[in-house]
Write a protein that binds this ligand. Sequence first.
Ligand SMILES: [Zn+2]
Length: 297
Amino acid sequence: MLICDTHCDTLYKLAVHPEEALDVTMERLKAGGVSLQTLALYVGGDPRPEPVRKLFSSMLRQFDRLKAAGWLQVDDPREAEDGKVKVMLSIEGCEIFGDSLEAIAEWRQRGVRMAAITWNYVNALGTPAKVNATDGLTPFGRQAVREMVRLGIAPDTSHLNERGFYDILEMGIAPVASHSCCRALCGPARNLTDDQLKTLFQAGGYVGLNFYPWFLSDDGQCTLDTLADHLLHMLELGGEGMVGFGSDFDGIEVKVPGLEHPGDLPALFETLERRGITGSVLEGVAGRNLLKYFDRF
Ligand SMILES: [Zn+2]
């Protein structure tokens, strides 16, 4: 079975906290049967241009190191193959673009295929859910989103606020939400409301379910069944063919018991099957749905 994950923060951890143990290792990706792991270039703790530039250089050096050790980068997610581990780059927080459309092409050339408009800072493009729900994309944000789509970078609405989310949809663009959960089941503002999910699915977008306990349950108490609850809720809202996983591994300090790292994914599949997510629906959730999104994109 082809397995895809649309978000982890492994490059950031390698660049900034090399002393910390990694969730995502090649051994665990193999053990979990992961075919495509997206590695995020994350804006980091200081959104000013110079610290962001330095951090991105440092994360790219780590990425080069992984590639030198045999990690295979794909430029198109549809290069994913069952039985082989491949990786793809994304951006989390478009501060690195500055206010330059030309910068977007440079990142596309490096293999970036998804870019989260914001992390938790207001930037030149838009406003995160953490700040407010109402400030939409800036004029530059709209231009940047159009340029991303033109070049083949999927706009990623995880962390973006509601107004910015709907601005992208109203431009006729179906975004991804690379690592997001259901607001109806757990309260944080970065989780997607039922209306957001329905609108996204009607447009043909994609959601990768985040594995962070505090985005899955208001008291942080989760089991693998809690993940199934969120996926079933998305499926009820029309998400069949458009949902999958965005683990957030290496970016989350607590885990759902039994889902500590990619090597634990088989246990999640067992739970999903027990909850009735089986056959082609399960295969879609595991990975095929992401490839179908890029077919539509
Ligand atoms: Zn994130």
